[in-house]
Design a binder for this molecule. Structure first.
Ligand SMILES: Nc1ncnc2c1ncn2[C@@H]1O[C@H](COP(=O)(O)OP(=O)(O)OP(=O)(O)O)[C@@H](O)[C@H]1O
Ligand SMILES: [Mg+2]
Length: 323
């Protein structure tokens, strides 16, 4: 694996924004869309022309964040920032259009029942067209950020480059798969894994990294965000005191305080344990991001995460202009 970014959160975050393509995945519900949006806002503020691309999303997750439903064709929503949604059906049309010069023939191919059956039963055909369109978009922007599906599905999507090269010895699909593999392993492509301080989620993060590394689908270490992390506040003495208080007779009010303290301590310890496990296995330390204030809608959560990441890359809340 190539060089790391030197380990400091600032260097890792700044290094990430130098990429041309950022691919974001993680277990379902960990914060992929939130981080994709926050990174897109920051990169656009840094003066990069950014496309934030939602891939194969069941329901458009960018709509509650930006107040605009993303379409297949990119739409500009802020200075330097466009968003789009990429489904494999629409991707297939443009993939065929890139191989077959006549639109009429593309329409004929798409309406052919046999072709429909072929696509349903040919493993990887959906993935290769989706990835192919993603690859095409990269040349049109300074940075493309892809909000990929959850880890398992994202892995199949990326790994299609390898399986297609096994299936096709020559021809346009083989050629495209080779180009896409080159793109994935280019030093300017970065993988982001969003994790949570929970054992199962951390396990999935580690497994995803190990698979991507084993199948040589990445050339640089992934950037791992440990989302909803509780940063340490208790000293060892305070922790011992809390333990002791738990076993004493207390008034109901004092008991409630102690229980709140114990809960906070558990969260801190879960974060510390997750951080330690990730540090053991991944080449670079995870970047810890605290929870947004309770009750926030997705747009506010993105603002909170972007503010936090903005501090690492030297962008203030005021510059962010995100309310
Ligand atoms: N740091 C955070 N603090 C508080 N809430 C958060 C944080 N990060 C994400 N959330 C909230 O958690 C929910 C899931 O986040 P998000 O949609 O980004 O996850 P996802 O990984 O994209 O989910 P999916 O797998 O469904 O695509 C959202 O309601 C989001 O606002
Ligand atoms: Mg999402």
């Amino acid at each position: 694996m190539a060089e790391t970014d030197g380990g400091s959160p600032t260097k890792i975050a700044r290094g990430l924004l130098e990429a041309r393509l950022i691919l974001i995945t993680g277990k379902g519900g960990t914060g992929k869309t939130t981080f994709a949006s926050a990174l897109a806002l920051l990169a656009a503020l840094r003066g990069k022309r950014v496309l934030l691309l939602e891939i194969d999303s069941q329901r458009p997750a960018l709509t509650p964040v930006f107040g605009v439903a993303p379409t297949y064709e990119p739409q500009q929503i802020r200075d330097n920032l466009e968003i789009a949604n990429l489904t494999w059906q629409e991707a297939l049309q443009s993939f065929l259009a890139s191989l077959v010069p006549s639109r009429r023939i593309v329409r004929l191919i798409l309406s052919n029942r046999m072709v429909g059956r072929f696509l349903d039963f040919t493993p990887g055909s959906r993935e290769i067209v989706t990835l192919s369109v993603l690859g095409d978009r990269v040349g049109d922007y300074d940075l493309v950020i892809a909000d990929l599906p959850a880890s398992g599905h994202a892995f199949s999507l990326l790994d299609i480059t390898r399986s297609a090269m096994g299936l096709f010895r020559s021809g346009p699909v083989r050629h495209r798969a080779e180009e896409l593999r080159e793109l994935l392993t280019s030093p300017t492509t970065r993988m982001v894994l969003v994790s949570l301080p929970e054992e199962m989620v951390v396990n999935e993060t580690i497994e995803t990294y190990q698979k991507l590394d084993r199948y040589e689908l990445i050339s640089r270490p992934p950037v791992v965000f440990l989302n909803r992390a509780t940063l340490p506040t208790f000293t060892d003495e305070e922790r011992t005191l809390l333990g002791r208080l738990c076993n004493s007779e207390l008034s109901p009010l004092a008991d409630e305080f102690v229980r709140a303290g114990r809960w906070e301590d558990e969260l801190e310890q879960a974060t510390a344990a997750s951080q330690a496990r990730l540090l053991e296995t991944l080449p670079e330390p995870p970047l810890l991001v605290p929870p947004a204030p309770p009750g926030g809608i997705p747009r506010e959560v993105v603002g909170s995460v972007a503010t936090h990441l903005g501090r690492l890359v030297g962008i203030s809340r005021r510059e962010l202009r995100w309310e």
